[in-house]
Design a protein around this ligand. Structure first.
Ligand code: 1CP
Length: 344
């Protein structure tokens, strides 16, 4: 049966008169209602593992703006925690994890089969959302890509250049590849469980793909995305997959064909015209408005939004930002972006 929800139609390759729209990090600190619910939960991880409150913050941007898709409220770092890493968040700084740098660290991780013990509340959030979302809203599940997740597990925190992960991949390739394989297997099971619970689309966030060059990109960004997509498609052929190899540059070309993903999410370092010519030829694209417009607003926001819609109007397109909205964004600018897209 052909899909009726706009996001699913675009993902199936249909060119719609108005692109459907959602926004990376649409549930987040720029919204006063998010901050209130987060305060109620206590801290960020307690919010992720509380199905009622996690569903509530997922629904907040749907109620406020009527986005065409909701994205499950969770985090890419829950999988490392489920694999046995320690995880905590330092206020004002970000995530911290126990590190995997030598074989003994790797040996302390648990088997993939055990991840669901930790992740069961996330699947419950998905089930609540499928009951509570409006009939026209698509539910997107997600996970981090193995390389991006590995960069946090190796360094124990976010890093500007992913240097510790690059060092490990060069100095102890066997350990690095064993870690990537463990994360890849865990990601397949995690996304499959989200689909079983009701996720209608899954997205693989490779936020740090851009720091892999040449052959390393093929081996550690493209190949894991292909493996995860193939495993999911074998079990769930009708569930679309969105790939996001952020800052991949020329490696965006051919990425959908090589991995089997149904849609490629674009950051804002590539132009929409270039993406129309080189990426959209293979199917649906998503993106690529600079998230800084959500802070600065004004005519530039309207002009860039219109330009992206126009440049990508001849093929399947889902409107989105090129990266997540930031906490200093103005909620009124989000409304302006949506109004501009929907006015055509
Ligand atoms: O204080 C808070 O409320 C925590 C801020 C926050 C939020 C709202 C974090 C910590 N994670 C999230 C939710 C989240 N993270 C979602 C779900 C909701 C949505 O999109 O609306 C998603 C999809 C993510 C994905 C995520 N987490 C990525 C990939 C996408 C991207 O932005 O590049 C990454 C790299 C993370 C790690 C992470 N989690 C949180 C922070 C601050 C970070 C970045 C850490 C760093 O590199 O310094």
């Amino acid at each position: 049966m052909a899909p009726t929800k706009t996001i699913l139609r675009a993902l199936a390759g249909e060119t719609l008169p108005t692109p459907p729209i959602w926004m990376m990090r649409q549930a987040g600190r720029y919204l006063p209602e998010y901050k209130a619910t987060r305060a109620q939960a206590g801290d960020f991880l307690s919010l992720c593992y509380n199905p009622d409150l996690a569903a509530e913050v997922t629904l907040q941007p749907i109620r406020r703006y009527g986005f065409d898709a909701a994205i499950l409220f969770a985090d890419i770092l829950l999988l490392p925690q489920a694999l046995g890493a320690d995880l905590w968040f330092v206020t004002g700084e970000g995530p911290r994890l126990s590190t995997v740098q030598i074989q003994a660290d790797f040996d302390k991780l648990g088997p993939v089969e055990d991840i669901h013990e930790t992740l069961n509340p996330i699947y419950e959030t998905v089930r609540i959302l499928r009951r509570e979302l409006p009939a026209e809203t698509t539910l997107i599940g997600f996970a981090g890509a193995p390389w991006t997740v590995a960069t946090y597990m190796i360094a124990g925190q976010g890093t500007p250049d992913q240097a510790p992960a690059h060092a490990l991949r060069q100095e102890n390739t066997a350990l690095f590849e064993a870690l990537l394989a463990r994360i890849t297997a865990g990601t397949i099971d995690y996304l499959a469980a989200q689909i079983e619970a009701g996720a209608e689309v899954v997205k693989i966030f490779d936020s740090w793909a851009g720091s892999l060059k040449g052959e390393a990109f093929q081996k550690y960004a493209l190949e894991p995305a292909r493996e995860i997509t193939a495993a999911l498609k074998a079990r769930y052929p009708h569930i679309p997959v969105i790939g996001f190899p952020r800052e991949a540059g020329d490696n965006y070309i051919g990425f959908a064909k090589a991995t089997g993903v149904d849609c490629v999410a674009l950051d804002n370092s590539v132009s929409a015209a270039w993406a129309a010519q080189h990426v959209q030829v293979d199917g649906c694209v998503q993106g690529n408005l600079a998230s800084s417009h959500m802070v600065t607003g004004g005519q530039a926001l309207v002009d860039d939004t219109r330009a992206i819609v126009k440049a990508l109007s001849k093929g399947p397109h889902i409107f989105n930002l090129g990266h997540g909205i930031t906490p200093d964004a103005d909620p009124d600018n989000v409304q302006r972006m949506i109004d501009t897209v929907r006015a055509g």
